[in-house]
Ligand binder design. Structure first.
Ligand SMILES: Cc1cc2nc3c(=O)[nH]c(=O)nc-3n(C[C@H](O)[C@H](O)[C@H](O)COP(=O)(O)OP(=O)(O)OC[C@H]3O[C@@H](n4cnc5c(N)ncnc54)[C@H](O)[C@@H]3O)c2cc1C
Length: 479
């Protein structure tokens, strides 16, 4: 049994949805494109799972968050794929790939051949068993990577109202799940080995702000330790969490967020790997010219930091996907991907964005006792990364712009004094040949920018109005 397509996407998550959208925009013909996904639903905006999906009131449910609503574009419900003649093979795992023969074998025994393959298999949550522990299968232990996990988490939360939850892991998933558990009125303790939350990105000062905010919502933190074992009852449910040198916590439920691993094993030994994922060039093309990789599974050259990186964020999934399709369909017109790394998170009433790279020295700015503050990272005399909490759309655009420009910074204390106004001043006075697209533009590096050091009152008033509009709009966003 077999079928042949011109284009096949393996994996049906965020990147697959955006790739399909791009294929259609670029005039793919009916019957040429197929998506094979282990999940049983059409591609959706995965970040919704730890945010709107877990709301106690009016939670987000499909079809409301199918791709590409996360970028305010059309929503690709299953009907959309049908209308465009795209074959959506759902609930089907690809169990092997042969890049020499250009074929995939599915778990249902079907062989699917392609001319071009896009690998969009994302990543999977790391399991306790991979750290020598057990208990992942217990009915009240939850992970959060896909819709099935999210449904399970919702059911477990509902089964223990007012109960005690322990979240293992202080990264994105841990932080976002904790906020959702609190909104669902559980008593939450976060446990992680690092000295503070989101240690891969946050400075101690930034982390302190979020930890204090979480504490004001009743969250307890136990840091510098790890889970060593669970106690179980006769039904196999976890009743307590045992910590190294930190005693025992009685629990009604546990959420595990201890990291992810890219789903690259189908191609091991066939494609060049890097950073645990599939190595691609600036066209998102792997070591086999017919195979492209995008999203969490792809390690691609990030020009702005001068390194190959594998990013685990939704914006990168969306943009690498679109770029791969452009490279395949219009190779002559498509240059190398030039991406400014971007991540964000929203928890409770808080919302932050980060652009660039968190390397080098840090300069904090703003009011850490209020609701808006940020940080710049300065590496080798240039601003390479920016973080902002509580900004408006215009504010975030300004820090993105400033980071993309990579301005030379001679005086850190002057930068600290200027704070956010520094980014705003660059935004106000773009250089005549500045970047035209902060997320994937020209990547121009301004060595000696001429700064307008002071924001005008007019811009501040406009920003305040925009702030209200953005805040109001944000209240309704679920992903
Ligand atoms: C709960 C949650 C919240 C998040 N929130 C944020 C956020 O706030 N901000 C942010 O920047 N990023 C966030 N992320 C990260 C973001 O969602 C990912 O970076 C993004 O989904 C990656 O897209 P992808 O298409 O590469 O992989 P995925 O979206 O994970 O899709 C991979 C797909 O491939 C399928 N698949 C894998 N192997 C096979 C196989 N062998 N055969 C068939 N199908 C297969 C999977 O089932 C899945 O459908 C979040 C992630 C999670 C899990």
């Amino acid at each position: 049994m077999g079928r042949a397509f011109v284009y096949v996407i393996v994996g049906g998550g965020v990147a697959a949805g955006y790739a399909a959208h791009e294929f259609v925009k670029r005039g793919v013909s009916r019957g040429e494109l197929c998506i094979i996904s282990e999940e049983t639903v059409a591609p959706y905006e995965r970040p919704a799972l730890s945010k709107g999906y877990l709301f106690p009131e009016a939670p987000a449910r499909l079809p409301s968050f199918h791709c590409c609503v996360g970028t305010n574009e059309e929503r690709l419900a299953p009907k959309w794929y049908k209308e465009h003649g795209i074959e959506l093979i759902l609930g089907t795992r690809v169990k092997s790939a042969d890049v020499r023969r250009k074929t995939l074998l599915t778990a249902t025994g079907e062989t699917i051949s392609y001319k071009y393959l896009i690998v969009a298999t994302g990543a999977r949550a790391l399991k306790l068993e991979e750290f020598g522990l057990n208990g992942s299968d217990a009915a009240n232990v939850c992970y959060l990577r896909d819709l099935a996990d999210a449904d399970r988490l919702v059911n477990v939360m509902k089964s223990c109202p007012g109960g005690n939850a322990v979240v293992i892991g202080g990264g994105y998933i841990g932080m976002e799940c904790t906020a959702s558990l609190v909104l669902n009125k559980l008593n939450v303790t976060m446990v992680f080995p690092e000295a503070h939350c989101l240690a891969r990105l946050f400075t101690p000062k930034i982390a302190k702000y979020y930890e204090e905010f979480y504490q004001s919502k009743g969250v307890k933190f136990i840091k510098g330790t790890v889970l060593t074992s669970f106690d179980f009852n006769s039904d196999g449910k976890v009743t307590a969490v045992n910590l190294r040198n930190s005693g025992k916590l009685l629990v009604d439920m546990v959420v595990i967020g201890i990291g992810i691993r890219p789903n690259a094993s189908l191609f091991e030994g066939q494609l060049t790997m890097e950073k645990g994922g599939i190595k691609v060039n600036g066209k998102m093309q792997s070591s086999n010219s017919s195979v492209f990789a995008v999203g969490d599974v792809a390690a691609f050259p990030v020009k702005v930091v001068g390194e190959t990186r594998r990013l685990e964020h939704v914006d990168s999934a969306r943009k690498t996907a679109r770029h791969a399709v452009a490279s395949i369909m219009e190779p002559g017109k498509t240059g190398d991907f030039d991406y400014l790394p971007f991540f964000y998170s929203r928890v409770f009433t808080l919302s932050w964005q980060f652009y660039g790279d968190n390397a080098g020295e840090v300069v904090h700015f703003g009011d850490f006792s209020g609701s808006s503050f940020g940080a710049y990272w300065i590496h080798k005399g240039h601003l390479v990364g920016s973080f902002l909490e509580g900004g408006t759309k215009e504010h975030y655009e300004a820090i993105a712009w400033a980071t993309r420009l990579k301005p030379e910074i001679k005086d850190l204390s002057e930068l600290e004094r200027q704070g956010f106004d520094f980014a705003l001043s660059l935004r106000q006075k773009p250089p005549s040949s500045g970047p035209n697209d902060i997320g994937g533009g020209l990547g121009l590096i301004v060595e000696k920018p001429s700064y307008a050091w002071h924001a005008t009152a007019g811009v501040i008033v406009a920003a305040s109005i925009a702030a209200f509009a953005y805040w109001y709009g944000r209240r309704r966003r679920l992903w």
